[in-house]
Design a binder for this molecule. Structure first.
Ligand SMILES: *[C@@H]1O[C@H](CO)[C@@H](O)[C@H](O)[C@H]1NC(C)=O
Ligand SMILES: *[C@@H]1O[C@H](CO)[C@@H](O)[C@H](O)[C@H]1NC(C)=O
Ligand SMILES: *[C@@H]1O[C@H](CO)[C@@H](O)[C@H](O)[C@H]1NC(C)=O
Length: 373
């Protein structure tokens, strides 16, 4: 009996495998059909690529994206860019943002603003999750907001989209007075495209888990130490109270910084529960995703510190609007990494993009999508 059952199991397994391989064969064929048809037709290549791929993207991403493609095509064709800054419109937006959130004050918790033993909650988690403020944590908080009374002329906010690969925008980005980056993105081997300067980067505590093995070995700790050291002089903006899943790694991070106090000349900023207020502003622009992207959050912060904001690396689609070629999700993804749409579960990057593009059209901010001169 047992033998028969085993043999039967084997047969069922083989049939299942056969069906699976048939399915993947068919979907492979479908992909190659789609990709060959998009390259074989004639016509003005750039226009065609962008238009066609946008329609292609539309099916999977966001129906509201499609009316944008003609304007986008014209914009990309019309080099040099005819973008003009409208300071009035930018100031108007800043005033509207200030109506919902006091950015200078809400940029970071401060020593005086918390007490040891206080239970913090998380913006995006159930209220049952808490984080108790420890002496160590408190000791890492700034005495006052690191951006209090700080004003810069032109700021660059650099998103991590694969569109930066080969953009040669590094010089232009470095010319900004203050450069914002997202999620501790590497710059070292990408200088030409993304620049060298970093004046502030966000650091989601989960980065320790994903890239530094929770600092469990000496090598992990050294790696992390050296990578933070490279950012000396910059602000590390650590959203520890957005998601309860950060709680454990936040303790690891706090211990690390307490241990290395004095050895790392980096300014730490720890925002509290600010997302509700930030969301309120963007909701007035009909943007209300489950979670805003780090990029648009940086833009929100920058609006209080900068006289003019230029955006780079904001492009949430898996194809280059200039050439139609496939793009990886991040500029630092390894070659061959495919664009993924995992973010769709929580983010609405295409809607964010559409809004930023609209702001670009109104002269509120400059959105760079083509290669830099
Ligand atoms: C600049 O923006 C303001 C406010 O949105 C608007 O009234 C004005 O017409 C804009 N100016 C130009 C030149 O577009
Ligand atoms: C934001 O700033 C205001 C004061 O302007 C303060 O009352 C509030 O508690 C701050 N919120 C957070 C989350 O830091
Ligand atoms: C920004 O960072 C660069 C180094 O990356 C530094 O030289 C520059 O002084 C910083 N600017 C400001 C305004 O802090």
């Amino acid at each position: 009996m047992v033998r028969i059952a085993n043999a039967l199991g084997l047969v069922i397994l083989s049939v299942a495998l056969l069906i699976l391989s048939l399915i993947s064969y068919v979907s492979l064929r479908k992909d190659s059909f789609l990709s060959s048809s998009k390259y074989d037709m004639g016509g003005p290549r750039i226009m065609f690529h962008a238009g066609f791929r946008s329609q292609f993207a539309m099916n999977f991403l966001d129906p509201s994206f499609i009316p944008l493609t003609n304007a986008l095509n014209e914009e990309l064709q019309g080099k040099p860019s005819k973008w003009k800054f409208n300071r009035t419109a930018f100031y108007l937006q800043r005033k509207e943002i200030f109506h919902f959130i006091d950015i200078a004050n809400n940029f970071s918790l401060t020593k005086n603003g918390v007490r040891v033993g206080q239970l913090m909650h998380f913006d995006y988690s159930s209220n049952k999750y808490v984080f108790s403020i420890s002496n160590n944590f408190k000791s890492l908080l700034p005495d006052m907001s690191p951006i209090y009374n700080k004003h810069y002329n032109v700021c660059a906010v650099v998103g991590n989209s694969g569109i930066l690969t080969g953009s040669r925008c590094g010089n232009e980005i470095d010319q900004a007075d203050f450069v914002f980056r997202c999620n501790f993105a590497p710059t070292e081997v990408y200088y030409k495209d993304v620049g060298r300067k970093t004046n502030m980067t966000t650091f989601n505590p989960s980065i320790l888990e994903r890239y530094y093995n929770n600092l469990l070995t000496i090598q992990d700790r050294n790696n992390f130490f050296l990578n933070v050291k490279k950012l000396e002089g910059a602000i590390l903006w650590i959203p520890a109270f957005f998601l309860h899943t950060s709680a454990t790694v936040t303790r690891t991070l706090v211990d690390f910084f307490v241990e290395h106090k004095g050895q790392l000349k980096i300014e730490l900023a720890w925002p509290g529960n600010i997302m509700q207020d930030v969301n309120k502003y963007w909701k007035t622009k009909n943007l209300s995703p489950k979670r805003l992207s780090t990029g648009i959050l940086m833009y929100t912060l920058a609006s209080a510190m900068c006289e003019e904001i230029h955006l780079y690396g904001f492009w949430p689609f898996g194809w280059d609007p200039n050439t139609g070629k496939d793009l990886p999700y991040h500029y630092y993804d390894k070659k061959g990494t495919k664009f993924t749409t995992k973010w769709q579960e929580t983010h609405q990057l295409p809607s964010e993009f559409r809004l930023l593009y609209k702001m670009h059209g109104e002269g509120v901010t400059k959105l760079s999508l083509s290669h830099c001169a």
